[in-house]
Ligand binder design. Structure first.
Ligand code: HXC
Length: 305
């Protein structure tokens, strides 16, 4: 069940994003909805777009119930340049430029790479890679032409850095988006446009679970709150995601650009640490036995010197 965030749930000061106009692609569900909710709670006018109007309307109604009038919906398929252009024209006409963009919309499914068709590859990369670029470019051209400062946050994944077996198109596309973020942070930095990327660890959402973790329930896992994917042993909370993205969108982070920040409870470092999984659950007795075993090996080696 989706519970919209309020300013009390967030660590940032109420009204931090007042006057900001922020587009969250794919903002009707999952992580996008968490971010949209947090930004609205902090006073931004938030535009959420997606392909399913009913889903958008439902999310907007829930958020507007606690942050009246803060969320507007726009139907848009980010695989279509025309659809993006129409959406951005409508936003600019409605009340002026966007000041923030959250590239959140994604598509994914688990598959052996050898089983993918080119259409399957494109179904994902046309959303994650090309679609994200087209939305960014559409906003960027407008911002550059009118001299508007803006902050762009792209939701990526750790598979952008170390590969994503069984999710090759998503992984390749997310790596491209990380590169876009770094590239444009430099290219457009002197025009006041910032780019940062955020890679989430486990934030259970129905859309991702259905396509990546078959047989597992996102709502049950969110409710239970546990995860084996990081040393903290837990999943991320919607407010934690909203805090980070709102911080990067907000005026106080104006000197942060070109960065990629994980929000995963050190999951990435843990997975990359070869001895963590082996040793994390040992108690005093086991550590004593291990130490004695190592010392015995040392003594044997010394005796042979
Ligand atoms: C193999 C598949 C497939 C599957 C679709 N295809 N699903 N192939 N396994 N499970 C193939 C089809 O066979 C077809 O190719 C081609 O893809 C297009 O299929 P469509 O159904 O027409 O695609 P479309 O309706 O455009 O849907 C796009 C989608 C869908 C990406 C496939 O899943 C979607 O709309 N997802 C949006 C939401 C989502 O995915 N959320 C999770 C994001 S999680 P052929 O050749 O047969 O015609 C995330 C986390 C990242 O991003 C981090 C991960 C670690």
């Amino acid at each position: 069940m989706f519970t919209p965030l309020t300013a009390d749930d967030l660590m940032l000061k109420p009204g931090l994003l007042a006057g900001e106009r922020i587009l969250v692609t794919g903002g009707g569900t999952g992580i996008g909805r968490m971010i949209a909710s947090g930004c609205a709670a902090l006073g931004a006018h938030v535009f959420i777009c997606g392909r399913r109007v009913a889903v958008l309307e439902e999310a907007a109604a829930a958020i507007n119930a606690v942050a009246p009038g803060k969320v507007s919906t726009l139907a848009c398929d980010i695989r279509s340049e025309e659809s993006i252009s129409a959406m951005l024209d409508a936003i600019w006409a409605e009340g002026g430029p966007l000041t923030g963009l959250v590239n959140n919309a994604a598509g994914n499914f688990i598959s052996r790479t050898e089983d993918l068709s080119i259409k399957g590859f494109e179904a994902i990369t046309n959303i994650v890679f090309k679609g994200t670029f087209m939305v960014t470019l559409g906003c960027g051209k407008r911002w550059l032409a009118e001299g508007t400062s803006a902050s762009v946050v792209s939701i990526t994944a750790r598979n952008a850095q170390n590969g994503g077996p069984f999710t090759a198109p998503s992984s390749m596309a997310k790596a491209g988006i990380e590169n876009m973020s770094q590239t444009l942070a430099v290219e457009w930095g002197n025009r006041g446009i910032r780019f940062n990327a955020v890679s989430p660890g486990p934030f259970p959402t129905e859309g991702a679970h259905a396509r990546l973790l078959p047989g597992r329930s996102a709502s049950a896992e969110a409710e239970a709150g546990k995860s084996k994917a990081n040393p903290m042993g837990r999943v991320g909370q919607p407010a934690e995601m909203a805090n980070l993205v709102a911080f990067l969108l907000g005026p106080g982070s104006g000197f942060i650009s070109g960065q990629s920040i994980a929000i995963d409870g050190a999951g990435y470092q843990a997975v990359a640490a070869p001895l963590w999984d082996q040793s994390k659950d040992w108690g005093d007795e086991q550590w004593r036995a291990v130490r004695e075993g190592i010392r015995a090996t040392d003594s044997k080696d010394k005796a042979g010197r």
